[in-house]
Design a protein around this ligand. Structure first.
Ligand SMILES: C[S@@+](CC[C@H](N)C(=O)[O-])C[C@H]1O[C@@H](n2cnc3c(N)ncnc32)[C@H](O)[C@@H]1O
Length: 195
């Protein structure tokens, strides 16, 4: 941090401010369902992105942009495409990206991620999967196809005891193109490297 160029430090400070604002808003209004990845699992996502140094990242499930901001903070040169089906949330995320000064490198695609993964062209260096859990299995193979070899698929909430996630764990751990580690942090994250 001490040797970080001033501009990079300033960019990260702006992102941090918006991240804190979203965390504070969640605490202040618990009645609003705001299932962000949060700071603890966010750190796992951040470290994965720092390691991969993605030039192109894909996120499925934007909500208000919290996790996309973590990806933007991890690598200042990463172009991020994030997919959200709810247009109002997508607009809120765009405002957060503007406030954080990163709207030039985060594109929000409004639509169904299940369709988007079939239409998009890869390769991506990192994919973060965080849509409704019932749809994880359906998009898994398309996510793998969009990743470059050596790229990483991060999936949130994988240790929740729900049939859909049980099946996702089974598939991601036995996938012939992936080497997967499940991190026991909160309700779990899987980190899968494409072989
Ligand atoms: C758990 S939240 C995402 C949280 C966000 N990744 C974060 O940590 O800040 C899930 C989001 O995915 C969106 N979503 C769910 N299913 C979707 C789908 N099939 N296509 C696009 N967005 C979807 C929901 O509207 C919701 O905003």
């Amino acid at each position: 941090m001490a040797h970080m160029p001033r501009q990079i430090e300033e960019d990260r400070r702006r992102i941090d401010e918006v991240l804190r604002r979203i965390e504070d808003a969640r605490k202040a209004s618990p009645e609003r369902f705001l299932p962000i990845v949060g700071p603890v699992k966010g750190q796992v996502l951040y470290e994965a992105a720092v390691k991969v140094k993605p030039r192109r990242a894909l996120e499925l499930g934007t909500l208000v942009g919290y996790s996309a901001l973590i990806l933007a903070k991890a690598d200042g040169d990463c172009a991020i495409l994030t997919v959200e089906e709810n247009p109002e949330l997508a607009e809120e995320a765009k405002r957060n990206f503007e406030d954080a000064g990163v709207s030039d490198r985060i594109e929000v695609l409004v639509g169904d991620a299940k369709k988007a993964v079939k239409d998009l062209s890869g390769p991506f260096d990192l994919v973060f999967l965080d849509i409704w859990k019932e749809d994880y299995v359906e998009v898994l193979d398309d996510c793998v196809a969009l990743l470059r070899s050596g790229g990483v698929l991060v999936a949130d909430n994988v240790l929740q005891e729900r049939p859909a996630l049980h099946e996702f764990r089974r598939r991601v751990l036995s996938h012939p193109e992936l080497e997967t580690e499940v991190v026991e942090v909160r309700d779990g994250m899987s980190l899968s490297t494409k072989l």
